[in-house]
Design a binder for this molecule. Sequence first.
Ligand code: 1GP
Length: 234
Amino acid sequence: MLSERVASWRHVFKLDPNRTISDGALDRICRSGTDAVILGGTDGITYDKTWELFRRVRRYDVPCYQEISQTSAVIPDFDGFLIPVVLNAGDLQWLIGAHHEAIKVYGSLIPWDRVAVEGYVVLNPDSRVARLTRARSSLSEEDVTGYARLAEHLFGMPVVYVEYSGCYGDPRLVRAARAGMARSRLFYGGGIATPDQAREMARLADTVVVGNLIYYNVDAAVQTVRHVKETPKP
Ligand code: 1GP
């Protein structure tokens, strides 16, 4: 089951098929010792761009997963599929609409043992994902704890994902998510650029996701693997 594999991830890189990465940088990311590489993004995700990047990543041993944002870009060859559900979306499409449309058409073909749902709480109002989903991102600690509790206990989601995409987050809200959870995996992603940031979020979250840094400082990105893995688990 993918949800069992996800439970072992401490550090993950997220690559955007809509962004350019050199062979050298990709080589360093794939050999970095990270636990998994996720391919996903918000804008301009197509089958061709996803395939092109997947083809390059799968030459390496690192497991590679697709985070699905466009049904038309799904590639069956990935090791597994992560399905984002934006819990604080203002637009129902990103909570259940797109999922229902996709399952209506492709439901009988979906390899459920290779699928895991991520309950996203989107907290950076300026991020592309917040704008697209019209996320209600001005949340209190109680709000975030409530979303995390709801994701785990009402919906049985294996992952709660505190998403600050593009900016470093407020540790108090990451802690608030943890307070609502007992068994699900807490993912943190957003703006990690320094060793201190990697360590701080690794103390609070089970899994730390690094994205943007790959594209402007691959050396620093690779070092986050060590900084996260050397930090005691929460
Ligand atoms: C984005 O959470 C990931 O979905 C990582 O965020 O790109 O800001 O590192 P950054």
